[in-house]
Design a binder for this molecule. Structure first.
Ligand SMILES: *Cc1c(COP(=O)(O)O)cnc(C)c1O
Length: 385
């Protein structure tokens, strides 16, 4: 059975061109980028070229990119290392209720270290409003961390406006852009952010590699201690093949950005309209317009997200849900709850995130089987009677 993968917000397949670019750094060119000899120099050059490609995709300078083990580490480094090396900046941090756990949990960790934490609410569409940020800012606010686009409901935040407000209040602004790098045209200078997190495996690169953009002039101390790699900010022998793959993925993303974006928007629109038109008691979650290209997220009343996933899986359709009933936990995701959705509605959440390899036929297939699946599940549902 053909698999139809519609879970690109969870991870993406490695592009064959990316994979091919990585292979030599596992085989013949296996040097340590810190070595002085010929193999070391080859690895160093590859790392430098990749850094240039990553920087180029987001409008950053070469020296403003620090490679990390992924988005989670980049978020940890941004928050923990910035605060630890700017103790005089203040003891208050601000984030939003819809952040990825890599940001939320890190903020809670800093709260345990004595920081005061404000978690901003969002509108029913998932937006952090400039007014909410404005009123939460305090003279001792050191850091504001708001994601660029949400991984569950796709809402894109007004980052430029939010960053400007943070700066007017003398706070530094970090954004988790793991979902948008490679999908939206990003220029860190234009956005006005001080730090930005990205991860290769969300843009057809390998897992376990990402980066933190740190604007020149922002002081962020060592995150890992040991060697002097990444200018001392992130010690540890560089993951050369991973870095090369990340660089290649950025190069490809930049080249195809407009084309892929147009395709994703078109496919997602047809999928979304098809679902909303053919299945009753269904609502869109997230923002209707300011959405991540390719992201369709809905809630079906009277059904349970996990059951939908299992039924779709039988047809080879691989998707995701914001509610998990595993391990007896009946709580829908913190994101759906932050949008103000009632538990009984949030339980029926389905997220279909499209990627560049999805086709019109894939969308047709989902539209063909999904109404029947929902109908059957509703027929069996005690909630429906
Ligand atoms: C996937 C994701 C992360 C985590 O990135 P990893 O590289 O998997 O650690 C962080 N934030 C968002 C918004 C994500 O979608």
């Amino acid at each position: 059975m053909k698999q139809i993968y519609m879970d690109h917000s969870a991870t993406t397949p490695v592009d064959p061109e990316v994979f091919n670019a990585m292979i030599p750094y596992y085989t013949d060119s296996y040097g340590n980028a810190s070595s002085i000899h010929a193999l070391g120099r080859i690895a160093r050059r590859a790392v430098d070229e990749a850094r240039e490609a990553v920087a180029n995709l987001i409008g950053a300078g070469f020296k403003e990119i620090v490679f990390t083990s992924g988005g989670t580490e980049a978020n940890n480094q941004a928050i923990i290392s910035y605060l630890n090396s700017n103790l005089k900046a203040g003891r208050h941090i601000i984030t939003s209720a819809v952040e990825h756990h890599a940001v939320l949990d890190t903020c809670h960790f800093m709260q345990k270290q004595g920081y005061e934490l404000t978690i901003l609410p969002v509108t029913p569409e998932g937006l952090v409003t400039p007014e909410a940020l404005q009123s939460a800012l305090r003279p001792d606010t050191a850091l504001v961390s708001i994601m660029h686009a949400n991984n569950e409901v796709g809402t894109i935040q007004p980052i430029k406006e939010l960053a400007a407000i943070a700066h007017a209040g003398n706070a530094v602004f970090h954004t988790d852009a793991v979902q948008t790098v490679g999908k939206l045209a990003i220029d860190v200078k234009e956005l006005g952010v001080d730090m930005l997190s990205a991860s290769a495996h969300k843009l057809y690169g390998p897992k376990g590699i990402g980066c933190l953009y740190i604007r020149k002039g922002i002081r962020v101390g060592n995150y890992l201690h040991g060697g002097e790699q990444e200018r001392g900010l992130r010690s540890g022998t560089e993951n050369v093949p991973g870095i090369v793959g990340f660089g290649k993925a950025c190069e490809l993303a930049k080249y195809d950005l407009q084309k892929n974006q147009a395709k994703l928007i078109k496919l997602a629109q047809r999928l979304q309209e098809g679902i909303l038109n053919s299945i009753s008691n269904t609502c869109l979650t997230g923002h209707p317009v300011n959405r991540l290209p390719g992201s369709v997220s809905v809630c079906f009343e009277y059904v349970e997200g996990e059951s939908i996933l299992l039924m779709l899986d039988r047809y080879g359709i691989l998707a995701s849900s914001g509610s998990a009933c595993t391990s007896g936990s009946l709580d829908p995701s913190h994101v759906l709850l932050a949008l103000g959705l009632q538990h009984k509605i949030a339980h029926g959440s389905l997220r279909l995130t499209l990627g560049k390899e999805n086709t019109d036929e894939d969308v047709n297939m989902v539209l063909e089987v999904l109404p029947g699946i929902i109908q059957n599940l509703r027929r069996m549902s005690p909630l429906c009677n």
